[in-house]
Design a binder for this molecule. Sequence first.
Ligand code: HEC
Length: 418
Amino acid sequence: MKRIIALTATVTALGLNGWAEDKVDFAKSIQGVLEARCIDCHGSKKQKGDLRLDKKELALEEVIRPGKSAESELYKHISLPADHEDIMPPKGDPLTKEQIEAIKKWIDEGANWPDGLVLVSAKDRAEAKAAAARLPEPEIKEVPVSDAEKAAIARLASGEGLGEKYAAPLVMALAQDTKLIYANFRLVGKNVNDGHLAPLADIRNLSELDLGNTQITVAGLKHISKANSLTKLSLANTAIDDAGLKQIEGLSNLMSLNLYNTKVTDAGLASLKNMKFLRKVYAWQSGVTEQGAAELKKALPNVDVNLGFKLAKAEPKKEEKKKEAKPVAFNKKCPVSGKDVDPAKLFAISFCCGNCLGDFTKDPAKHIAKVKGPDNKKCPISGKDIDASKQFVIGFCCGNCLGDFTKDPAKHIAKVKK
Ligand code: HEC
């Protein structure tokens, strides 16, 4: 009897599981597979087949049809027979059945991909992690809390000088088991001026400081110019300029500096050159240029200067490359005369996608009847509009041979050899 009850319970549980089954979780089941097996060739560094899969928009635009796995080139390519020459990934073992099924289900469920989630190849992730582990860390020593330090913390925490209606700056230990101090004036923002920072000079354990949105100037920064425990500082949304950075150039243990929306320029960055632990400088909406960032990186190779959208602007390279790329003949010898090809005498056939181009390349004779002439506007295989970057180009030794071919491509196509 007991057994029957137990069995029933199991069956019920399974049934419920089936009902409650969640959608495929991109981060859990898909991201890892793409990062391990695809992004090396289809990411920010390489775009094999002109395809990027590291960003949602790019992947969806090209090879994923949400809700329709059967029409998604991505799914088609991973589910080909293992010995098919178009199978993805082209190297190593094919994806496992489970991985392929998860991707299929994920696409059929709408290909949900959290906004802004950019994939990084597993190899690059591991390298970045290893590199970070190799970087030297500053040695911050907590010091006994002096009476002056205690008094300074109390003064700040009381909101002294800020007037009753404003909150006091947040001043607290970084964690329970440390004397290191985190102080945040950003929440009090515009009411904070240079004078309010005076107690900071007595806080020798000051480790992280946010002065964002305040009215401080170079004079206020004098109070922290000897804060040797400081590793993280934000001056975002202040009027701080190059003179301000000069004031804090002695903060040798600083690892992160936020200069977002300040008046700092490339000249000011030069004051940071001796901060040998500096890793991150946020300089979006400041006067810092890519050139200034590169200059700082010469002195501090581990620093990452974030210029926000300015970096994103560099991307349309792909488009330029396409325009510049001159078509190159597939064959070295003229299929009509057998002589060397003249790179100016070309017969270009365009396709809608890499697949159709691939099909044609495999067996040109099979499809040549559908080619109505050079510089076609519709794909001879699918009939769809062409993508000018997907071309099969045949070279000839001279205009005569090109003319002969154009009159009757089928007659000569068999002689088109790599
Ligand atoms: C070693 C490099 C490499 C890896 C890894 C790789 N690919 Fe590719 N992929 C290519 C190349 C090269 C092409 C272009 C083939 C062609 O045009 O004939 C391509 C083409 C494609 C295409 C066709 C693009 C189009 O325009 O129709 C898809 C889809 C694709 N890959 C998906 C994937 C997926 C998904 C993975 C991971 C499971 C992956 N690839 C892994 C090299 C790679």
